[in-house]
Write a protein that binds this ligand. Structure first.
Ligand code: G6P
Length: 607
């Protein structure tokens, strides 16, 4: 996801711009660039790849200028390349801007601008903004008025920082649905996509609301509302230093990442759902006609991503009728799988580097299978080697135990299943309900995240246990597998997940007075069956924590958490949140190192 820096001050802008971009590297990016306002005009330099490449180019120049903007780009529209990198400049090279977000109506705007004779140099949605600004500036002769007109014209999300030779001392800034923080030092005004980028310069910051405008110069920051009237903004003093800032005030990365899920899901959905009945996945457009040829689909991954696959395969089969199989990559690669060109293989990996998943991908390619990767890390090996890649937009996941990567993987796998179904011409009412539900997910999750006290309380049941039993059926079985994995990974409580219907074929022998059962019964067609299995454990002395929906008949359950009324498929995402939090709080109560559990690695690049 893109990162932005901006500076107007008494000193050179470049050092601030580059150190800020460095601090934003965690957001992930594939190119970087800067513009400074020099005495002769605008100086812009961009480079594909790491920030180091840009720094190398800049070391060969004498960059002067007390005003400037910087950008790291995470490709959305257009491949990573020098031309697609930001900043983008108008045709006269008098205005330059950086953008984070997606301009959803850029196609129409581009058409209009092309007709007016504007020349485009990139494939990005962002470039339309600079030409539009140029057009309105030429009409109004005032950059501020032109920017207001731009805001009224563009749809989508944006944080924009603009420099120009028209107003050479100033940086114009506005935003909608994309983060941006502004700071004031003694001799400069600065801005960035996130606090760590400015924290070495100042702790005094301002947050812009959507559609507001800020104008930075070396002495002042002026704020304006959407109508263009001056407003006062309250200054906030950040109470922590840079190291803590990376955790955004949370005590651990895991907790921060759990709380980032509504945003990560929103980012992953952005631009991929059109209206109430169309999934947009341009990454797969050129294989659309192939879907009817597949006679089976394999979902392959490791760890948490494997659990995402269990959910994904269930949904693909349900929505498309294509028979699906799920296999751990470490098994797939050695089981001599019966796959061929009629097999669709889907590989899911947060890091995109897991050795077993990569080996399984290479084997599938050798066997002529069609391959799709679902990855979070841009440019990772798996994402490069798969024939098609769909990215989750979870942002960097630092805690070893995967949380936001998992729920965003589920989002992509649901979108993928719907996309295949749509390409096969299946459209049903269920499909519309699902799309409606998906759009509301971030809000439902926000609400669950307000209940941390409840989950901390549930964790007190677990903190002194050696074992915990997770049970569920159907999709809920995949969810409890992931819940049990989370608990054992971070709290070292031995946790196993069972299909609720299988309890009586063995595991129930382990249940005794005080055993802890965590049950998910979120699927309306089978919830009552799971609840009846719960009664069998309660009769043997178990204490049960149950996640279910309104209207189930419950007796003697210790704790019941009622989940929101969403489409059953989406319950797999919803129930993941409390299960993550229970694991987190159990580990926390036990004093475990939540972010770096013993013996585990974030990215397992060895077999
Ligand atoms: C490691 C991590 C897990 C992760 C698994 C797969 O075991 O500790 O959290 O789920 O690898 O990683 P991937 O990057 O392929 O999703």
């Amino acid at each position: 996801m893109c990162g932005i820096t901006a500076f107007s001050g008494r000193k050179e802008a470049l050092p601030f711009l580059l150190q800020g971009l460095e601090k934003l590297e965690y957001r992930g990016y594939d190119s970087a660039g800067i513009t400074t306002v020099e005495s002769f005009g605008l100086f812009t330099k961009k480079a594909k790849g790491r920030l180091q490449n840009l720094k190398y180019l800049l070391s060969e120049e004498e960059v002067k200028g007390h005003v400037g903007i910087g950008h790291t780009r995470w490709a959305t529209h257009g491949i990573p390349s020098n031309l697609n990198s930001h900043p983008h400049t108008n045709n006269d090279n008098t205005i330059s801007l950086v953008h984070n977000g997606i301009i959803e109506n850029y196609r129409e705007l581009k058409e209009e601008l092309l007709k007016k004779g504007y020349q485009f140099h990139s494939e990005t949605d962002s470039e339309v903004v600079v030409h539009l600004l140029d057009l309105y500036y030429k009409q109004t002769n005032d950059l501020f008025t032109a920017l207001k007109k731009v805001i009224n014209k563009i749809d989508g999300s944006y944080a924009l920082c603009i420099v120009s030779t028209i107003d050479p001392d100033k940086v114009y800034i506005t935003k909608k649905d994309s983060p941006l923080v502004i700071g004031k030092t003694q001799d400069a005004s600065v801005a960035a996509s996130d606090i760590p980028a400015i924290l070495d310069y100042t702790k005094d910051v301002y947050f812009l609301n959507d559609y507001e405008i800020a104008i930075l110069d070396k002495e002042n920051i002026s704020f304006f509302n959407q109508e263009g009237n001056p407003i006062e903004k309250e200054m906030t003093t950040i109470p922590y230093d840079n190291e803590a800032a990376q955790k955004a005030g949370f005590s651990t990365f895991m907790l921060k990442e759990i709380f980032e899920q509504p945003h990560a899901i929103q980012e992953t959905l952005r631009g991929r759902v059109e209206g109430l009945d169309r999934i947009v996945l341009p990454e797969l457009d050129d294989m659309k006609d192939q879907f009817q040829n597949f006679n089976k689909a394999y979902f392959i991954a490791c760890g948490t991503a494997y659990h995402a696959c269990l959910v994904g395969s269930h949904i693909l089969e349900r929505l498309t009728g294509i028979p699906t199989f799920t296999q751990a990559a470490s098994e797939f690669r050695y089981c001599d799988p019966i796959v061929d060109e009629k097999t669709l293989c889907i590989f899911v990996s947060q890091s995109g580097e897991t050795a077993d998943t990569l080996a399984a991908l290479r084997l599938a390619k050798e066997k002529q299978c069609a391959t799709i990767a679902v990855a979070n890390v841009l440019g990772s090996t798996i994402s490069r080697e798969a024939a098609h890649t769909i990215y989750t937009c979870a942002g960097p996941e630092i805690a070893v135990a995967s949380t936001k990567a998992y729920t965003t993987q589920l989002i992509v796998l649901i979108l993928l299943a719907m996309y295949v179904s749509q390409s096969l011409g299946h459209q049903s009412d269920e499909y519309k309900k699902l799309i409606e539900g998906i759009a509301s997910l971030p809000q439902y999750i926000e609400n669950i995240l307000k209940d941390t006290q409840t989950f901390e309380n549930y964790a007190t049941y677990l903190k002194d246990q050696h074992d915990a039993y997770f049970i569920g059926r159907g999709l809920d079985y995949a969810s409890v597998l992931e819940g049990a994995l989370k608990l054992k990974e971070v709290s070292y409580v031995h946790a196993d997940a069972y299909m609720a219907g299988e309890l009586k074929h063995g595991p129930i022998a382990l249940i005794e007075e005080g055993s802890i059962i965590i049950a998910a019964a979120t699927q309306p067609t089978i919830a009552a069956k799971t609840i009846s299995n719960i009664q069998e454990t309660i009769a043997r002395g178990a204490k049960v924590i149950l996640f279910t929906t309104q209207g189930q008949e419950l007796k003697n359950v210790c704790e019941t958490y009622i989940l929101p009324d969403v489409h059953p498929i989406l319950q797999a995402i919803i129930v993941a949140i409390p299960l993550q939090l229970i694991a987190y709080y159990t580990a926390n109560l036990k004093g475990c190192d939540v972010d770096k559990p013993r013996n585990l690695a974030k990215s397992v690049t060895v077999e």
